[in-house]
Write a new protein. Structure first.
Length: 405
């Protein structure tokens, strides 16, 4: 028996437990200022443990004591705790076709500044300069930049943190494969994270305050590309887990369109917003202006035009959407049958189509498919197509990693 190794492992697990509890306390305070007593009740920890963790957070500058609150209880008034917003900042970076979006947040998830750069290479040099410009404009010193989180719509090498491939960004517009390593050299001491769009979508649902959704839950964003994530729960431990899935590259029609990934009949090739625009132009009297570029400004505008026509019950458009939704449901049911999905959340530009689109999806799934889950029914809702909640999820994920250090 290797006693030394066992003690080391035990000490490590104890530290991990402490760090996890400290992160839980921090996140509770971030959501709303609270007293130590309230935190102990919410976190289900002893008051002594909470006091120790809070003192650690205060000494490291993450949390500050604010005003006392009135209380009918006898004794000293409880002291409220709040997050020290000026402790540091996180930069989020979204890589697009022919451009990118940089946004700066404080650790309370308040948006400080942001900029979308168009028709510019997504190089580490350009993005580094944009981040520095945003910080300088708000007079934020570089040493207060705690983290940079990059969201990439494609495949990455998890071992080397290198960019591999994207179906929605052309080879000409792809950043260098060593993009992350170059950012790390430019910002030494700053944590740099790389995530795929799917993993962020999954994490955004994972940290959502909405608890009424039945699990497993599938979250899917439909834009120029299709990405998704799943939230599941271990019934024995009641532990929630999330993970990305490449739902956009599930093959649903062997004779279908060629996808940019090289396969034939992928869900993304048949149900991206670009494909919907193409179908609408071919089969109706509408003449939409759109682009295959990921993040193109004209595409949300085209979707708005479809939404306006849809509420007028246009027969030709309804027929197009019926065919489109059937293909979409083929992909959704594949995931439902694989992992027993109980809830589906659909976001991205497609969510602009609103309740008429949603009801068509529900009806098609109910009448033309046989989902194999435990209840024979699926909750389907649209989620906000605004990417602001996704960026906030990027900040929270960065904070989680910082606390693991």
């Amino acid at each position: 028996m290797r006693i030394g190794a066992s003690k080391k492992k035990y000490a490590s697990s104890q530290q991990q437990l402490r760090d996890g509890n400290k992160l839980s306390i921090f996140n509770l305070i971030r959501k709303a200022p609270a007293s130590r007593i309230t935190l102990a009740k919410l976190a289900k920890l002893s008051p002594t443990t909470v006091s120790t963790l809070v003192e650690d957070l205060i000494s490291t500058g993450w949390v500050i004591e604010s005003e006392t609150v009135n209380s009918n209880a006898r004794g000293r008034r409880p002291i409220m705790l709040s997050v020290n917003a000026s402790r540091g900042y996180i930069a989020t970076v979204e890589l697009l076709s022919r451009g990118y979006i940089c946004t700066i947040y404080d650790i309370c998830l308040n948006k400080i500044s942001g900029l979308r750069v168009r028709n510019s290479p997504c190089s580490s040099t350009n993005i580094s300069a944009t981040i520095c410009d945003l910080l300088r404009a708000k007079r934020i010193p570089l040493y207060r930049l705690l983290g940079i989180h990059v969201m990439f719509p494609g495949m990455i090498n998890a071992n080397t943190n290198e960019l591999r491939f994207s179906a929605v960004i052309s080879k000409e517009d792809m950043p260098e494969s060593s993009f992350i390593q170059k950012l790390e050299k430019r910002f030494p001491g700053t944590q740099v994270l790389l995530s795929t769009n799917g993993s962020i979508i999954a994490f955004a649902e994972f940290i959502s305050t909405e608890q009424r959704s039945s699990l497993p839950l599938l979250s899917i964003n439909i834009d120029e590309g299709i990405i998704g994530g799943v939230v599941m729960c271990d019934r024995q431990s009641e532990t929630r887990v999330c993970f990305p899935i490449e739902i956009g590259h599930i093959i649903i029609d062997l004779q279908g369109n060629i996808c940019k990934c090289g396969n034939q009949g992928c869900l993304e090739a048949l149900c991206s917003t670009v494909q919907l625009f193409r179908m609408v132009n071919d089969r109706t009297d509408m003449h939409l202006t759109y682009s295959e570029s990921f993040g193109a400004d004209c595409n949300p505008e085209a979707m708005e035009l479809i939404a306006q026509r849809l509420v007028q019950y246009d027969a030709a458009l309804t027929a197009v959407l019926s065919d489109y939704i059937y293909n979409l449901c083929c992909g959704l049911v594949s995931v439902v049958n694989l992992i027993g999905v109980q809830s589906i959340r659909i976001g991205g530009d497609i969510a602009v189509l609103g309740s008429t689109f949603l009801n068509m999806v529900r009806t098609t799934l109910r009448e033309k498919f046989y989902p194999l889950n435990s209840t024979d029914s699926i909750e389907i809702e649209l989620i906000n197509s605004d990417y602001e909640h996704v960026r906030c999820a990027m900040v929270v994920m960065s904070m989680d990693e910082l606390f693991k250090r």
